[in-house]
Design a protein around this ligand. Structure first.
Ligand code: AP5
Length: 220
């Protein structure tokens, strides 16, 4: 099964994708995590991506698509993937469709996690992430048991540079201009299911799993 998690920055894509991928035994590909990993390693790709990420802009399609196509060729992707943060432009969506078609596959479902803008700002302002396993926490809604430490692996928690208010504002602007058009793109394919991303993390997960196990509900 090939599934896309679509939604604004802070909608909960990463939180949900990690657990849903585990439950359904799918690979989890998060392009933002891949870029941050490349930066940590100091690769040319990482340095190039940093120029855009620190401004809240998208990394150019040619760079992102090349990285993604290499990743989906890996053996762990053959049974299915949850794409988290990709595609983010129509050009990326078309490149993904083309690559999957070549393998005799296709996107099965697009889960659009919908959250109002005000809530997104609160979420990103309070987010802490594990440096080792990338698990996200929120200082109010889902704090770690021990301040500054990941419950899962004990790793150090940090706040992303691009979660600063000015950069978040730019990321949201970029989302509405360049990524939100994908809602219509995938609605036209009949594969998009809208899920309310507001509520307890477990309740949102249940709604996503329900939507993946049943047919695709129409968009509200
Ligand atoms: P990326 O890392 O993909 O960031 P994003 O899409 O902006 O998404 P976030 O990680 O901010 O949010 P999320 O939806 O995963 O929310 P989360 O689960 O963490 O991209 C970063 C940058 O990389 C981009 O700006 C761009 O420069 C570049 N990039 C990446 N992919 C690219 C691409 N395809 N093309 C070009 N450039 C690309 O949750 C957020 C917070 O809310 C957490 O604190 C969490 O604990 C909390 N939370 C989660 N669920 C709930 C809930 N139900 N209730 C209350 N709080 C909740």
């Amino acid at each position: 099964m090939y599934v896309i998690f679509l939604g604004a920055p802070g909608a909960g894509k990463g939180t949900q994708a990690a657990e849903v991928a585990k439950e359904l035994k799918l690979a989890h590909i998060a392009t933002g995590d891949m870029f941050r990993e490349a930066q940590k390693k100091g690769t040319a790709l990482g340095m190039k991506a940093r120029e855009y990420m620190e401004k809240g802009q998208l990394v150019p399609d040619e760079i992102t698509v090349a990285m993604l196509l290499e990743r989906i060729a890996a053996p762990d992707c053959s049974a299915g993937v949850i794409f988290d943060g990709f595609p983010r432009t129509v050009t990326q969506a078309e490149a993904l469709d083309k690559a999957l078609t070549k393998q005799g596959k296709a996107i099965d479902r697009v889960i659009y996690i919908k959250v109002a803008e005000e809530e997104l700002l609160t979420r990103l302002g309070g987010r802490w992430i594990c440096r080792q396993c990338q698990t996200p926490y929120h200082e109010v809604v889902s704090p770690p048991k021990v301040k500054g430490k990941c419950d899962k692996c004990g790793g150090e928690l940090y706040q992303r540079d691009d979660d600063k208010p000015a950069t978040v504002k730019e990321r949201l602007k970029v989302y509405f201009a360049q990524t939100a058009p994908l809602i219509d793109y995938y609605t036209k394919t009949g594969k998009l299911a809208e899920v309310n991303g507001v509520g307890a993390v477990e309740a949102v997960r249940k709604a996503i799993l329900g939507s993946l196990k049943k047919g695709t509900p129409a968009r509200k």
